[in-house]
Structures are given as structure tokens and as C-alpha cells.
Design a protein around this ligand. Structure first.
Ligand SMILES: [Zn+2]
Length: 94
């Protein structure tokens, strides 16, 4: 005789076998509230959301700090020139 214990996924709302849920020791029933495919999707979404958030934060900062970027680029240019010539071009520093 086979008894299948079902658990409802909080994301897709389907009743699935508890075998389709990953373990989570912190949870009351010891299982994650989402089934494995949903859990994977959640992880993916979270990753993508983070990626978008990080790039948009950088863009925002770049918009707010165009002078700083210029400065960084300028410094980098000077560094490259120093590397190439092995001596700083003092005349260009101001
Ligand atoms: Zn699900």
C-alpha cells in the first residue's frame, strides 16, 4: 500500500507529493513552502532581479556623478601615460 503525502506549493498552488519539495530545516514541516521547480524559478528570478538592481544602481550613480567618472577616466589616462613614458607628465596634471 502506498500512501502519498501531499503538500500545497505556495507559488503554483498545486498539491504535490512531499518528495517534490526540498528540505528546509528551519521550516515547521522541515520542507520548503515551494515545490522544486518553483524553488528553482524563485532562485533564478532572485538572481536576475539582483543583476538588474546592481546594474541600474551603477547607471544611476554614473548619472549622478558624471564628474567623478571623468576624473577616474582622466586618472586612468594619466596612469597609462606614466606607464608608457615611465615618467609623469606634470604639465598635464592641472
Ligand atoms: Zn510549485
Amino acid at each position: 500500500m502506498e500512501t502519498q503525502i501531499l503538500k500545497q506549493c505556495r507559488k503554483c498552488g498545486q498539491d504535490k507529493s512531499i518528495l517534490q519539495f526540498r528540505k528546509q530545516s528551519a521550516a515547521k514541516d522541515g520542507l520548503k513552502p515551494y515545490c522544486t521547480p518553483c524553488d528553482d524559478q524563485i532562485a533564478k528570478d532572485r538572481y536576475n532581479a539582483n543583476k538588474i538592481q546592481i546594474t541600474s544602481k551603477i547607471r544611476e550613480w554614473q548619472k549622478k556623478n558624471p564628474k567623478k567618472i571623468k576624473k577616474y577616466r582622466w586618472r586612468w589616462k594619466i596612469k597609462q601615460e606614466i606607464k608608457e613614458n615611465n615618467e609623469p607628465k606634470e604639465a598635464n596634471l592641472n
